[in-house]
Design a protein around this ligand. Structure first.
Ligand SMILES: C[S@@+](CC[C@H](N)C(=O)[O-])C[C@H]1O[C@@H](n2cnc3c(N)ncnc32)[C@H](O)[C@@H]1O
Length: 214
């Protein structure tokens, strides 16, 4: 896998925490539950080409492949260490997923490649200009009629989430999320976007976003 030049925030902010990533996701964040809901929302069909943006250790991409074995699934992430785990997991599960190293603001795919672009708790790793570039890239790589499905931090809706809000707001990358700006940012290039639901976690309130390219 080729080395990348841009900076990015690792999954748990610090590299030494990477080996604990899947444990925290599974037992503290309950990621399988919200990833299952995101996959249901995406309604992936046989023959679809699906991209998991910022796929990390590949859990969502592998779940997509298991839920629809006739889909062609890709996972992209900037962190080669996360992708090594993803590759190992997909080999163990015999789930054929293509994992690519790359940045969300410069996707290594031609225009109109994907029927579905999905992303799970990675957009809050991007500063506003990179979110805007990523939104343009998502629009570019989606086919006409294609859909974007994101789960990430959103505008707090529980009392607990509202109490955590000011703390999360200290992290610049999460500000657009907490302000509820993701539908606008991903809608600006031309997608019709909407928030479709919420999911409570110990780390804050997540929101499901859907976008459609006409
Ligand atoms: C919190 S993890 C989420 C991983 C996975 N989607 C999941 O749900 O478990 C965020 C991921 O985004 C990746 N990432 C951060 N900035 C990125 C960027 N600009 N381009 C591509 N990947 C990025 C990190 O390497 C990390 O694997």
């Amino acid at each position: 896998m080729k080395e990348t030049k841009q900076e990015y925030i690792p999954a748990l902010s610090f590299r030494f925490l990477t080996p604990f990533y899947d444990f925290i996701q599974k037992y503290i964040v309950r990621d399988v539950r919200y990833k299952t809901l995101l996959i249901q929302q995406a309604n992936i069909q046989a023959g679809h080409k699906v991209l998991d943006l910022g796929c990390g250790t590949g859990t969502l991409a592998i779940m997509v492949k298991e839920s629809q074995p006739d889909a062609d699934v890709f996972g992209l992430d900037a962190d080669p260490d996360m992708l090594k785990v993803a590759k190992q997991k997909s080999d163990e599960k015999n789930a054929s997923v293509t994992f690519d190293t790359g940045f969300t603001n410069e996707l290594p795919y031609p225009d109109a490649t994907f029927d579905r672009v999905m992303s799970s708790i990675m957009i809050h790793h991007l500063k506003t200009p990179d979110k805007i570039k990523t939104a343009k890239e998502v629009f570019r790589v989606l086919k006409p009629g294609g859909e974007l499905h994101i789960i990430d931090f959103g505008k707090p809706y529980t009392l607990y989430g509202k109490m955590l809000g000011p703390f999360l707001y200290r992290f610049e990358e999460a500000n657009d999320n907490i302000a509820g700006d993701l539908p606008k940012i991903f809608g600006d290039p031309g997608l019709k976007t909407e928030i479709t639901g919420h999911f409570w976690t110990f780390f804050g309130d997540l929101a499901f976003l859907k976008g459609k390219k006409n």
